[in-house]
Design a protein around this ligand. Structure first.
Ligand SMILES: [Fe+2]
Ligand SMILES: [Fe+2]
Length: 171
């Protein structure tokens, strides 16, 4: 299902609030008068960290794809990379809708030097990201942000299982 972020304050008159639309302000869906004008800086820094993590993963998975000659693995890691691109785009869009700014992204760590250590690192990173995204989803009262991070956490859990499988089935 496609959700839309509607820019601007939540409408206050009855019936104007469309279900499955998410307003770009901190508003209780069922209580439009209860608005907060500020976005928590903790949430913004968590979203920034998530965006950088996705960016780093996309970069390292590209290298991982080059480090194996196994076409099945290449294809599967390519699909995982596409999920990370989708997450990156979604989180960047959320960041921009909250701040009116583009997120600043830069690589903060080096990718592992070989395929085997790359798989282990990817597995650990995916598992840690599952916890981190569930934590963000729990902390926010914004339903759209909550859903996006929950959905991404399920994807990362699936990625972790794939990387564990690759670790056990490659030499
Ligand atoms: Fe991701
Ligand atoms: Fe992932």
């Amino acid at each position: 299902m496609v959700h839309t972020i509607v820019t601007g304050p939540h409408p206050s008159h009855p019936g104007a609030c469309i279900e499955k639309h998410y307003y770009n302000s901190y508003v209780n869906h069922n209580n439009p008068g209860n608005e907060q004008s500020t976005v928590s800086s903790g949430l913004l820094s968590d979203i920034s960290k998530a965006i950088i993590g996705e960016y780093q993963a996309i970069y390292c998975y590209d290298i991982l794809i080059q480090q194996t000659s196994n076409n099945k693995l290449k294809k599967q890691i390519f699909e995982i990379k596409n999920d990370e691109i989708r997450h990156f785009q979604t989180f960047s869009q959320i960041f921009t809708s909250l701040t009116n700014k583009q997120p600043i992204v830069q690589l903060t760590k080096k990718c592992p030097s070989n395929f085997k250590s790359g798989l282990v690192s990817a597995f650990i990173d995916e598992q840690e990201t599952v916890d981190f995204y569930h934590e963000i989803a729990r902390k926010t009262s914004n339903n759209y942000i909550k859903e996006q991070f929950q959905q991404a956490a399920f994807d990362e859990q699936n990625h972790a299982v794939w990387f564990l499988y690759f670790m056990n089935h490659t030499n």
